[in-house]
Write a protein that binds this ligand. Structure first.
Ligand code: FUL
Length: 474
């Protein structure tokens, strides 16, 4: 009889576990492509072209193509530098505002073909895409629709020219992970401005590279973060209202791009683009102005640490190589990040939740520490405030907290705080209060030594769903 009872209750328990459904997605959610993109987190921007040689940020399209002469161009060095820096890909300015094409485009007479580099036989996109593939990096392209060289710019014919250029780039160099669209819309050679056909441009990308994430001020794949200083909003929703907006002058206000829209209708996560030097293009005058390790670390925290990807620009020099001052700094940053984030002080800690979805072990708090992206802690649908109490088992000193929401189910948390247990006063003391989490939030805390920690979800739009927690000491 006793044995029967045990079998009966075990079966009951198993069936009750099976019956607890996962939370339904909340609001807009990422596509599979956006999810992969979000997990890249950190990759390299490369501004390279005639401006590298003329010391300009914006070429006027009238430059002699012969100025482009990167003798010794070594795209493998770029890719190896990015790889060693821990970056996951490279995005190059295939065509900047000067209209100069780094590939021999059929649709332009201002290209590598017209330069003397490799007797006009060179193709930077070919060399870089191959180097990226060899290094295991993803490859992406920036193309400026603003073209200060092309004779058709400012006329309806130009839109198809630009689409044709895009098609060349999107079909000739393997898989493109991101298409970066600059929204700039200045005057062309003929003094005219272009009315861009964004639906045509986006369609061209979707048709040729269906998995590519399209960057612009308004996505649709990912959005500009609203500044070029490396600073995502402290509040940063991956949702955005894009209906009725366009890249450039018709985009949402910079502070909206910086924080997203809490109830935005589309999933358009932020990407933070910033240069390691004062300018986007190389200049010998900035060799000693490469950002310091401290600045780069701060940028990492205010971009990747604020639910945004970091697109860090590292402009190669006139010899076609990344300058040692830049690469040294990148390696310093890598070493620092590895040193800080290789030791999760929560390893071996005991974590208890004030509430667990259906009391089911599928959604237990311990999932936060298992390093499996797809297992998470969640609460019942009706529970939107909850606490996670962490027993560190011994006193630890820390100053960084990392949280990740399981974004395949949407972004939910809008307010949380962190407390530590103060033995002396026998009470919980608040260390920091913050708003959004999203794919990744790294919160700086005052340096603290404690044996217990509590994270309180103070407000969420739907039941919280977190998959990772980390505690670190920088
Ligand atoms: C801007 C451009 O005008 C700059 O030259 C640079 O390419 C930056 C990333 O985007 O719109």
């Amino acid at each position: 009889m006793k044995r029967l009872l045990i079998v009966f209750s075990l079966t009951m328990c198993l069936s009750c576990r099976q019956s607890v459904a996962p939370p339904a997605p909340y609001g807009a959610v990422p596509t599979a492509g956006q999810l992969k993109w979000q997990q890249m987190e950190y990759y390299m921007f490369v501004h390279f072209g005639p401006n590298t040689f003329t010391d300009l940020e914006w070429g006027d399209g009238k430059e002699d193509p012969h100025v482009f002469s990167p003798a010794g161009l070594d795209c493998r060095q770029w890719a190896e530098t990015a790889k060693k820096a821990g970056m996951k890909g490279v995005i190059i300015t295939a065509k900047h505002h000067d209209g100069f094409c780094l590939w021999p485009s059929k649709y332009s007479t201002h290209t590598v073909r017209e330069s003397a580099w490799k007797d006009g036989q060179g193709d930077v996109l070919k060399e870089l895409s191959a180097a990226c593939a060899a290094a295991g990096l993803k490859f992406g392209v920036y193309l400026s629709p603003w073209d200060r060289n092309h004779p058709t710019y400012g006329t309806p014919a130009y839109n198809q020219v630009f689409a044709d250029m895009l098609t060349e780039v999107l079909t000739g160099y393997g898989e493109i992970f991101e298409q970066w669209f600059d929204g700039a819309n200045g005057e062309g050679e003929n003094g005219k401005k272009q009315i861009y056909d964004w639906p045509l441009f986006n369609r061209t990308v979707h048709e040729n590279q269906p998995r590519a994430v399209i960057f612009s001020d308004v996505g649709p794949g990912c959005r500009w973060i609203g500044n070029e200083e490396g600073r995502a909003g402290e509040t940063n929703w991956s949702r955005l209202n894009i209906a009725g907006f366009e890249p450039g002058a018709k985009s949402p206000a910079a502070d909206t791009l910086n924080s997203g829209n809490i109830f935005g209708a589309a999933w358009v996560p932020g990407e933070t683009d910033v240069s390691i030097r004062p300018g986007w293009f190389y200049s010998p005058a900035t060799d000693d102005k490469v950002k310091s390790l401290g600045q780069l670390l701060d940028i990492y925290y205010t971009s990747v640490g604020r639910n945004s990807n970091l697109l860090l620009n590292v402009p190669p020099g006139r010899n076609g190589r990344i300058h040692p001052n830049d690469s040294t700094r990148l390696m310093e940053l890598r070493e620092k990040l590895d040193a800080v984030f290789s030791t999760n002080l929560l390893h071996g800690a005991k974590i208890t939740a004030s509430a667990t979805r259906g009391n089911a072990s599928t959604f237990k708090a311990a999932n936060l520490l298992d390093e499996n992206f797809d297992t998470y802690w969640a609460t019942d649908d009706s529970v939107t405030t909850a606490s996670l109490e962490i027993d560190l088992r011994k006193k630890q000193t820390f100053n960084l907290l990392l949280l990740q929401e399981y974004i395949p189910l949407g972004q939910r948390i809008s307010s949380f705080n962190v407390e530590y247990w103060n033995d002396a006063t026998a009470s919980w003391n608040v260390l920091a209060t913050a708003t959004t989490v999203g794919h990744k939030r790294i919160l700086k805390l005052p340096p603290t030594t404690a044996g217990k920690l509590r994270i309180n979800i103070l407000h969420a739009l739907a039941c919280p769903v977190l998959n990772t927690i980390g505690l670190y000491n920088e």
